[in-house]
Write a protein that binds this ligand. Sequence first.
Ligand code: HEC
Length: 112
Amino acid sequence: MVLTRFLFIGIPILVLNACSTEQVSDSTIVGESNVRVSGKKIYDNNCMACHGTDGKLGAGGALDLSTSKMSTEEISTIIDEGRNGMPPHKHVYKTQEEKDSLVSFVLNLRVR
Ligand code: HEC
């Protein structure tokens, strides 16, 4: 009797768990694509004027981002602090997530 009870209660719980695991991985995928979109948006609004859509424009002495060898940390620093002709851009992102997304967008401009 106790065993049948377990089966009735236990199986639906297992099924529910399986479903919720799937939902978690789905939303992770959606989350990642949102992150990419917002990095592009921030770039388009704040960086494109000097660096161009593909990073190669070079307006006002801006360096070519498609051939840049900068590390993730260096990109992160130059965004915050600027360097020579590049003004600081700490104001362009609101969260660490937005910044990470911007940095990975910049990394993705490299010639593939
Ligand atoms: C007003 C023009 C201007 C804007 C806007 C601008 N940059 Fe720059 N950027 C420059 C210039 C000029 C340099 C070269 C700085 C130097 O010579 O030290 C540069 C250099 C860089 C570098 C270093 C490349 C390398 O390999 O050394 C990165 C990375 C970069 N910019 C990213 C960005 C990002 C991301 C944004 C937007 C948040 C942005 N820039 C907005 C002008 C700009």
